[in-house]
Design a protein around this ligand. Structure first.
Ligand code: SF4
Ligand code: SF4
Ligand code: SF4
Length: 580
């Protein structure tokens, strides 16, 4: 029996499954209904009323983002009444808004600005008082400017619905209404993971990424410094979007060429240390598995997840691998191994990373991350910051000549590249673990059992008679469920668990380009798997630069030198406010 509902929107008939909203049905007809509070990642909210439409027979306008369709419904989305109502909503928002578009970080990518243009608002009819909230910028990752907040609640909902961290709440009434962490504290004082999902979903410039581009350009312009940049796996399938490209387009060669045009002295690949992570982690996992301690072992390259674990489950940190993230392994090696091999004084090296992630800025500043004797990674730029830096430097990205990474720490395998999506670290580790355990060649490297976008995925992996029970979780809400299972007496359910803080993994990290494509995660993930397929080497242990570093410098995986440079320990983070 068909469960479909047929209705008419703007004179066109459409049939959709029962339960779909008017907004969803209109989308199927190619009709755009503007929204501000609504977002495809969140449950309907109907807070801003920008999406109002006329429904025949209804006394008042309906919020299309939350109003479910019904059989025979007749909807009009573009009448004079609808247009005037939408315009009034936006005009009232603009009355109290600082009109800082010329200098605002989100200008040209701001949903409020775009909506004002779309609705033909050419003057501010209502003059209201402007709020004067202080900036919240005492953390390394994010800046909150509540003066630009339109109270859409997206940040409140992503942080509670998806991440279950519950940092934000609505406070006060009327003109003093605002969205804030508990007791008006800054993000540095509460249990925020710095995952940056709130900045990626905010429609305006109210939550932005802290801008470190000027510090990096100052280093590049200092002739006494050798500025070395590493680029994370997920950046190569998203940076193109900053220049109008499709999500998932692989722009590795252009990105390397553009970084050289900016003036970086060496352009190297974080995929190299992703491969190194696998070598260290496979060794660590097999030791724990054989000797049965601190199981299941949890793996991740996500510093937002590490913050979550330390803040909310400090009693379970022993389950986590002691491996540093690829970013931090890279930083430690660039000022030791690379410096020695290339005969560069490490004190003259400035180590920069291009990351999809806002929490990486926090990670780089952790006191443990100085095993080279210096701060291992000096500056972290997100993909969005790099895009803006390239634009402000007059570089036409589409016309940049493709270049290859420099050698030594510039070679990565397909296993390294898939670190950028959920399930990738697990798949990469299993490709190597299989060959180490069985001594045989893994014929089909594509372990589809751990792929996909299911929130928690489980599989039994058969290593020729040795069964490994694995689980993969992405998004902190799913991670919390996994941790509750481990905590509440079922620690033997899995042997190996991968967790990423951001939904979909690093491909939709808080510092990635902001996309309005409902399928952007799947497209970026497809881009990374395509990159994996195209690369000549697809297993970490086959990377010749990995073989060389163990032979010439580190000795063996899990050895003394590896432990000093590539491993760390997790701590219990003290923050004043527990929002839960
Ligand atoms: S948030 Fe948007 S509308 Fe407000 S100043 Fe920034 S760009 Fe302009
Ligand atoms: S950075 Fe993440 S944890 Fe912190 S407030 Fe934003 S969404 Fe919540
Ligand atoms: S900070 Fe941004 S996402 Fe949060 S309520 Fe304000 S405008 Fe919306």
């Amino acid at each position: 029996m068909s469960n479909n509902v047929t209705l008419t929107i703007d004179g066109q008939s459409v049939s959709v499954p029962a339960g779909v909203t008017i907004w969803g049905a209109a989308r199927q007809l190619g009709i755009h209904i503007p929204t501000l509070c609504h977002h495809f990642d969140l449950k309907p909210y109907a807070g801003c009323r920008v999406c109002v439409v006329e429904v025949e027979g209804a006394r008042s306008l309906a919020a299309a983002c939350a109003f479910p369709v019904s059989e025979g419904m007749v909807v009009r989305t573009n009448t004079q009444k609808v247009r005037e109502a939408r315009k009034l909503v936006v005009e009232l928002l603009l009355a109290n808004h600082p009109h800082d578009c010329l200098t605002c970080d989100r200008s040209q990518n701001c949903e409020l600005q775009a909506l004002a243009l779309e609705l033909g608002i050419h003057e501010i009819r209502f003059k209201g008082a402007k709020p004067n909230w202080p900036l919240d910028n005492n953390n390394p990752s994010l800046v909150r400017d509540q003066n630009k907040c339109i109270l859409c609640g997206r940040c409140v909902r992503i942080c509670s619905e998806k991440q279950t961290v519950n940092v934000y709440t609505f406070a006060n009434r009327g003109f003093d209404s605002t969205v804030t962490p508990a007791f008006g504290k800054g993000l540095d004082k509460v249990k925020c993971t710095f995952c940056g999902q709130c900045s990626a979903i905010c429609p305006t410039g109210a939550i932005t990424v802290k801008d470190d581009t000027e510090k990096v350009m100052a280093a590049i312009n200092d002739p006494s410094k050798v500025v070395i940049v590493q680029t994370a796996p997920a950046v190569r399938v998203a940076l193109g979007e900053m220049f109008g490209g499709e999500p998932g387009s692989i722009v590795t060669g252009k990105m390397v060429g553009a970084l050289k045009m900016l003036g970086f002295d060496r352009v190297l690949d974080t995929n190299f240390t992703a491969d190194l992570t696998i070598m260290e982690e496979a060794h660590e996992f097999l030791d724990r598995f054989k000797n049965k301690y601190d199981m299941p072992m949890i793996t991740s390259c996500s510093p937002g997840w590490i913050n979550f674990l330390e803040l909310f489950y400090p009693e379970l940190v022993k389950h986590h691998s002691s491996c540093k993230s690829p970013q931090q392994m890279f930083g430690a090696l660039v000022k030791t191994y690379y410096a020695e091999t290339q005969k560069i004084d490490p004190k003259n090296i400035v180590s920069v990373s291009i990351m999809p992630c806002t929490a990486k800025k926090f990670e780089a500043l952790r006191p443990e991350m100085r095993s080279s004797g210096f701060q291992d990674v000096d500056y972290v730029l997100t993909t969005r910051e790099l895009g803006k830096l390239l634009k402000s430097s007059g570089i036409y990205f589409d016309e940049v000549r493709e270049q290859a990474y420099d050698s030594l720490m510039g070679v990565g395998t397909g296993a390294g590249t898939i670190f950028g999506n959920t399930g990738g670290v697990m798949e990469a580790a299993l490709r190597t673990a299989y060959e180490v355990v069985t001594g045989k060649t893994l014929a089909n490297v594509e372990l589809t059992e751990v792929r996909g976008l299911g929130g928690i995925r489980e599989a039994d992996i058969d290593l020729e008679g040795t069964k490994i029970r694995v689980a993969v979780a992405h998004g902190l809400g799913n991670a919390r469920q996994v941790m509750e299972i481990i905590k509440s007496g079922n620690p033997n359910k899995w042997d190996f668990v991968e967790v990423m803080a951001c939904p979909g993994g690093c491909i939709s990290g808080g510092g990635q380009p902001i996309s309005r494509d409902i399928n952007y995660r799947a497209k970026r993930i497809a881009g990374l798997y395509e990159d994996d397929r195209r690369l000549p080497l697809r297993k970490s242990h086959e990377n010749p630069e990995i073989t060389a570093i163990y032979k010439d410098y580190l000795g063996e995986p899990g050895g003394r030198k590896s432990h000093r440079l590539l491993h760390t320990h997790l701590v219990k983070q003290g923050r004043e406010i527990d929002a839960n």
